[in-house]
Design a protein around this ligand. Sequence first.
Ligand code: SAH
Length: 509
Amino acid sequence: MSELVKTGRVYLVGAGPGALGLITLRAEQLIRQADVLVYDYLCNPEILRWVRPGSEIVYAGKSGSVQRLTQDKINLLLIEHARAGKQVVRLKGGDPYVFGRGGEEAQNLARAGIPFEVVPGITSAIAAPAYAGIPLTHRDFASTVTFVTGHEDPAKPDSTIDWPQLAQLRGTKIFLMGVKRLREIADRLMTEGADPAMPVALVRWGTTARQESLEGTLGTIADLVEKRGFKAPAIIIVGDVVKLRSELNWYEALPLWGQRVVVTRTRQQASGLTERLAQLGADVLEIPTIRIVPLSLGDVQQKTLKVFSQHFDWVVFTSPNAVDLFFSEFFKVTPDLRDLGSVKIAAVGSATAKKLSDLHLRIDLQPDIFTTEKLAEVLIGRMASSERICLPRGRLADAELTNRLRTGGGVVEEWVLYDTQPEQEDPTGVRARYVQEGAHWIMFTSSSTVENWHALNLQSVPDAPMPKIISMGPVTSATLKKLGYEIAAQAPASTLDSLVETICRLIAK
Ligand code: SAH
């Protein structure tokens, strides 16, 4: 490797405004490769999941006025790691060069002779207004945009901001870091001749599911903010474009807007449900309760795998995990999918079916109602007596399906492919958020998630909302009842879509 390739490098990377999907492809790629990640308060913590195991993660603050690491320390840290040959990602909220001192960090690197790259990001200054229904320019309302720091005291005589000129500018003005000094900012603009009736909007935690906005005028906004206890971080938009909000407020109009929903699944599985809910505007707290630990098959089972269809007439998959782990074991003993032979395949649930069709396997039997009872009933109806059935599953799966199939004349062999264990880590701080803020809903997709959630024993602070429970199927509901939980609704079918429809129905009521 040449010297140039081997040396460390610092990437000053924009994390985007908050919504995970608004980060750039280049940023994601660099985060996945980084040896060291130094990140800020305003970065979406979900990003931390992309960091390679073994990489170092440094939180550089700041939350409110508490700065965890001083700017000097951050600069030194970046330089030291780069000199040690590391790939260092310095992740900053929004765009690294829009306020937030990215320019100074780059200067320090340049002066120290450290190679660096800048990855621009979508700044909150444009994204938060867009998610609050406010275009920054519009032919009828504004032809200029000015980005202003709200950090400076407008009363300061040596202010670097030309307030008289700013007040005279007719276009849109965007203030960052301005919530604390909003009253002084509004007063100063009016003193310099701005119209007290000029519309103003504030957007807090823009583009995230915690987004909140507030509308007023230069004359009223400071009182409104005080009354509502509206807090940073927020973008302040001053200008006639704010009027367009009544027509263009698409994000806050989504059906699950303002609903905080806990999703309890393993980390690998959660994203499907989370995506659907987030798409509808929900604030999803994805709290992993269980972790899948693959278990290897024994010698005898491995030998059987090689000649699978001589041993079995059916293989029945009851979860996407079972499909994944079955085929991972299968491909350990043979590189050829055809060795599966002519065995017939049954699947319960559309996620399981999807996994199989991704492998280009046709499913011979899938009940229209996604429950194990229905699966057993349909399968028994279809098979001749004494057909041999392989049932790959988790260690804790209940025996009901096996029992039903045996009663119906099947010769069932259970293959235990994985164990589920309680998830102990909280790298994104999502559990802490649940404790602080509670949730409106919680969704359980299996008995083991219920049991593990119960075992976590997470209690939110007393005035936080208590979540209502939605369960994915009768087995999950039975477990909930056994543990003393009250169920608000059970999804009519055991699918993610059915769960999502259920919550939408309950909210629309
Ligand atoms: N480089 C960042 C800005 C850093 S300054 C960017 O380009 O977005 C910090 C200020 O950014 C905060 O005080 C707040 O005014 C604003 N900000 C950052 N993220 C925000 C968000 N999601 N919603 C509203 N304001 C945000």
